[in-house]
Write a protein that binds this ligand. Sequence first.
Ligand code: ATP
Length: 439
Amino acid sequence: MASPDPTLFDKVVNLCKRRSFVFPSAEIYGGFRSTYDYGPLGVLMLRNVKDAWWRSMVQLRSDVVGLDAAILSPPQVWEASGHLENFSDPLVDCTECKTRHREDQLDDPDTCPSCGKSGTFTEARAFNLMFKTQAGPVEGSGADVYLRPETAQGMFINFKNVLETSRKKPPFGIAQVGKSFRNEITPGNFVFRTREFEQMELEFFVPPDEANDWYQYWMQERHQWYLDLGIPEELIRLRAHDDDELSHYSSGTSDVEFLFPWGWGELEGIANRGDFDLVQHAKHSGQKLEYFDQGTGERYVPHCIEPAAGATRSMMAFLMAAYDEEQVNDDTRTVLRLHPRLAPYKIAVLPLSKKDTLLPKAEEILEMLQPHFMCDYDITQAIGKRYRRQDEIGTPYCVTIDFDSLDDDAVTVRERDSMDQERVPTSELVNYLTQQLAL
Ligand code: ATP
């Protein structure tokens, strides 16, 4: 098993800040703990992660439809789902140094990891992770609303709407990508655990007797998704939950885990949830949440398989897996070997010099490529430095316009990983890059 480089974490976090992937939030005010903003490159990459998920889960399938449900939701939803009662972590306070900890994450449940004292913890109490706020100007419990701690409930409460309007029947799924909020006791490890994060979730509704087959199917599909996007096999695994880890309604849960510098961490959970969610919402709302087949007269509550992934957490894993340093002559080259689908820029257009004669040609080529690919344009410093800058942010191809380009109407295309260069006629450039990138 590969053991991750212990310095990798700091290197990736530094790169993220330096190259505008991720900034600490509210930094000019001293920062806002464990909250992050996605900068010019981060927003491109995060969007690419979500688009890659949407492409595979919605666009390339005819049995899944999309949804974008509200973030604010009334207490009834969370009462039915069980979150009001159960969505909590055991919290302990250290009476000595006043720090707070999740009891289930302590190496030694008697010793405070902050001050090292033993026997200073209070009794554990259940700390609900949902953010609660008030809707409208009226004070009082009637106006309580919650920020969703997962996107999944949006799919369950819209099950009936989607079933009645989409002409789908089980097996079919509803997919959603969006923000979720959890008042985590111990956020940390950069964007691995934050209080505001993005999820990519599918609820896949199936006839009850097909549930186990579909559970197996989704485990394999989801594992393969990360492999297809370039995570090496030794850094990603599927781990089935032990019986004592399973929620009471789940007949099977497996996590897709990534080998982070501190060890294996969950990127996604795939759960066989049975009919728990639809039954709960039917009970609490008084609505029938079931499937009725008019042809056969068959009526049942579908079972649900849920692959639930984190977009922000996966982006961090993709960055960690892609980060590489290699010796080139006497120099160390930092290169993000990102899958082209995930790379913030697909192409960098680089005029060899800032001379007036080259810039119009370079701008013409940039404008030709922009409708097809997300492009960067860089005219500052020597060409070698500019190649390195693109390597460091994972740009798969650089297109260089030199003085010969003015005569032969061709450009040099340099590939990121091999650094191989090829001369390509301008008229063939879009086709050439489309084929090479194979997006
Ligand atoms: P964990 O055990 O790490 O707290 P979880 O099992 O509670 O995660 P789920 O409720 O299954 O997580 O959520 C699905 C996915 O959402 C997780 O696999 C993870 O990628 C992402 N996720 C959950 N909580 C956070 C968080 N606080 N910050 C970033 N991503 C998160």
